[in-house]
Design a protein around this ligand. Structure first.
Ligand code: ADP
Ligand code: GN1
Ligand code: MG
Length: 368
């Protein structure tokens, strides 16, 4: 049998790397793609890369996804350089294959891509220092600002209806009806939780359709571990995981960061007494995000920020629950009820946000 790291190294050799491929080790904790840190050697110089298998069950057209990534990163490189920034480190760089392509389709039908490794920076799975969370907010806000004049119509929708919460609920009901994994009986309380909040699931979609909320180019997956924080300066140096950059709402990006980073516990914590929405972190992120957007958010967007956090957290809980009901085909799981545990933390957070609603709204009103 071919050893996994040998296979990755063979795939890596298809790309224009500097030197010869030395090693490949699994890296990061994403739920979708498989990521490896690749080291190449050129005489006595070592050069690092990130090589990733793009999950083509999730992203059905990896070639369109890569077209988006190339366009976005080239756009960002130009903008960052024009503003006097360090275009080498402040955005991802796609490494081409020896044939000049942006990805490689391997003999087993898998899809691979490579980036320069962002060295001297860390992506955090939890908020250790509140300052890091604040800096991530500034960086995600700034990312959105940088893309504000990107021609949105030229981007492919890599996952159609990604944050269409109405559609997520519709799909949840279909999956529930089919109950393929025979698990619905076990999650009656969680099912009730969703059905009681169906009207919340409409709010952002309706406001986008009516034009009350503007459609922007957004990241759509703004977890704390999708940003590299510079080890020296502590600044959010580079936004990564660009697979879902598509037209969307600023509230998606704000909301997803809050649901992950302002929680007092991990996304898969089993002790729900540890899960709540930390008001200080909520406040800090709100400040950073509004600053990072540099005045581009509308009053209505600012007013709706708490709703963005609640809806995206609810939507994420629904997505985990749907995957659990379907038999765990979407997210990587590391234990049998992992998706259910994840769903429960999200719903606990939603409930806590509801209880703290006036406080959250009060924080945001300070910016109106
Ligand atoms: P997933 O979609 O599976 O979350 P990511 O693109 O977020 O995949 O990558 C997973 C992890 O790998 C990140 O959280 C980060 O720690 C690391 N990573 C990804 N790209 C780079 C890069 N260019 N430089 C350094 N680390 C990276
Ligand atoms: C996935 O790829 P990763 O781990 O950054 C998911 C996000 C979810 C997140 C939950 C393409 O993000 O939408 O919010 O898990 N990405 C995709 O942790 O579905
Ligand atoms: Mg990621």
């Amino acid at each position: 049998m071919v050893r996994e790291d040998d296979r990755i190294m063979r795939i890596a050799e298809q790309f224009e790397v500097e030197g010869t491929v030395e090693s490949a080790v699994p890296h990061g904790s994403g739920h979708i793609n498989d990521t490896y840190l690749l080291v190449c050697r050129d005489d006595n110089e070592y050069k690092k890369y990130t090589i990733q298998r793009v999950n083509h069950e999730v992203f059905k057209k990896p070639w369109e996804l890569m077209e988006n990534v190339v366009r976005i990163t080239e756009f960002l490189q130009k903008k960052i350089a024009e503003a006097g920034g360090d275009a080498e480190r402040e955005t991802l760089h796609v490494i081409r294959t020896k044939d000049g392509a942006s990805y490689c389709r391997w003999e087993d039908g898998t899809y691979w891509r490579m980036y320069d490794f962002i060295d001297g920076a860390t992506s955090y799975d939890e908020v250790k220092e509140p300052k890091d969370f604040y800096e991530s907010a500034v960086a995600f806000g700034h990312f959105q600002k940088l893309l504000s004049d990107y021609p949105a119509g030229t981007l492919y929708e890599t996952i159609p209806n990604f944050h269409n919460t109405i559609d997520r609920v519709k799909n949840f009901k279909k999956v529930l009806e089919e109950d393929a994994a025979h698990r619905a009986m076990k999650v009656q309380e969680e099912i009730r939780f969703v059905l009681d909040r169906e009207s919340d699931c409409r709010v952002l979609c309706d406001m986008l359709s009516s034009g009350e909320l503007p459609l922007r180019v957004t990241h759509n997956d703004t977890k704390l571990n999708n940003i590299m924080i510079d080890d020296e300066t502590g600044k959010g140096i580079c936004v990564i995981d660009l697979d879902t950059v598509m037209p969307g709402s600023a509230l998606y990006d704000y909301g997803d960061s809050i649901r992950f980073g302002a929680s007092t516990g991990a996304e898969d914590e089993t002790d729900l007494s540890k899960i709540s929405c930390d008001v200080e972190l909520f406040s800090l992120y709100t400040k950073g995000f509004i600053e990072g957007c540099e005045g581009s958010l509308t009053e209505q967007e600012i007013r709706m920020l708490p709703m963005g956090a609640k809806v995206i957290t609810l939507e994420q809980g629904i997505r985990f629950l749907t995957d659990y009901l379907e038999g765990d085909g979407y997210y990587k799981i590391h234990r049998p009820e992992h998706n259910l545990d994840r769903c429960r933390t999200q719903f606990k957070l939603v409930k806590d946000m509801e209880e703290k609603w006036d406080i959250l709204q009060g924080i945001v009103e300070g910016y109106l």
